[in-house]
Design a protein around this ligand. Structure first.
Ligand SMILES: [Zn+2]
Length: 75
């Protein structure tokens, strides 16, 4: 049964379990090419002001923060 050896070295590991570096901005369905870190320019700014985590996740009070952020920007 030597033929099976290679497959058995990684039992249970799904083939696509590799954590790839994101090649697209991870925020929502943005999908733009990353400019800074892994965010596009706009979402990097979001990250800088604390609107999203570095994973691109939104906090519970995102809507409130985002409204304040937009107000600040418009001012
Ligand atoms: Zn983006």
């Amino acid at each position: 049964m030597e033929k099976d050896d290679k497959q058995k070295k990684n039992p249970g590991a799904p083939p696509n379990n590799v954590v790839a570096l994101p090649t697209r901005c991870p925020v929502d369905s943005c999908g733009k090419k990353p400019k800074k870190m892994h965010f596009c320019e706009e979402h990097y700014e979001w990250f800088k002001v604390g609107l999203i985590t570095k994973k691109g996740e939104k906090p519970k009070d995102f809507d409130k923060k985002y409204a304040a952020f937009k107000r600040r920007k418009a001012a």
